[in-house]
Design a binder for this molecule. Sequence first.
Ligand code: CDP
Ligand code: CDP
Length: 223
Amino acid sequence: MKKLVIAIDGPAGAGKSTVARIVAQCLGYVYIDTGAMYRAVAWQALQSAKPTAETIAEIAAAGNIELTYADGKTSVRIAGKDVSEAIRTPRVSNMVSEVAQIPAVRQHLLALQRRMAESGGVVMDGRDIGSHVLPNADLKIFLTASIDERARRRWLELTAKGYQIDLGQLKTDIACRDKKDCERKTAPLIQAEDAVLIDTTQLSINGAVEAILKLCEQRSAHV
Ligand code: CDP
Ligand code: CDP
């Protein structure tokens, strides 16, 4: 059976990476978390006192971001350093959308992402995958959920890791990031015309996975 290329986009906390990872596992595909790539660039930028758009673009241009996947976990390295946990802090979350607005950063990561997907059999998640990175993907999903549910999920995740976070503040931060992602000029967060919308507000992780696997079955009968 032909290996599909699957694009999953949507706002923060919709369940993209959780669902994409399981779908990839079920199909024996590679999972590519493009948000982790933007986060790695943001993390590296935060290591210098005054990062500028030019220095941040140089970080992305170096192309030394590695994503590996083992035992159900994605590991992220930049310039040889393992930043898998460090890129998930609220500090990185609150500045990553600024980094993602820089056109040169997007251009460099786009090239890397297309190369990663070229042999097929991939599930790639992000914001602009169906609309920009992989416009010819065999299946495009736009995963969403209400802002209250998305904030609640992220809050549960962060508090389990020991962060003391105010749910209201987290909701504001997520809404602010979504707004920046939707309003940026280059490759904004948008539902591609041919994407299937799945709202996970009331849908379990398994429910979303099953819906996507069913669509994969239908698509692979036509390719
Ligand atoms: O996991 P969460 O939804 O919080 O975010 P993420 O997928 O890790 O992405 C972090 C940020 O990277 C997003 O808010 C976007 O600013 C940026 N991003 C992007 O611009 N384009 C992508 N394809 C993926 C992420
Ligand atoms: O990648 P994205 O930011 O879209 O979301 P995620 O990191 O996959 O999911 C955020 C949190 O929501 C995780 O802790 C998931 O386990 C949880 N989740 C959920 O409770 N119900 C869903 N249907 C999907 C995700």
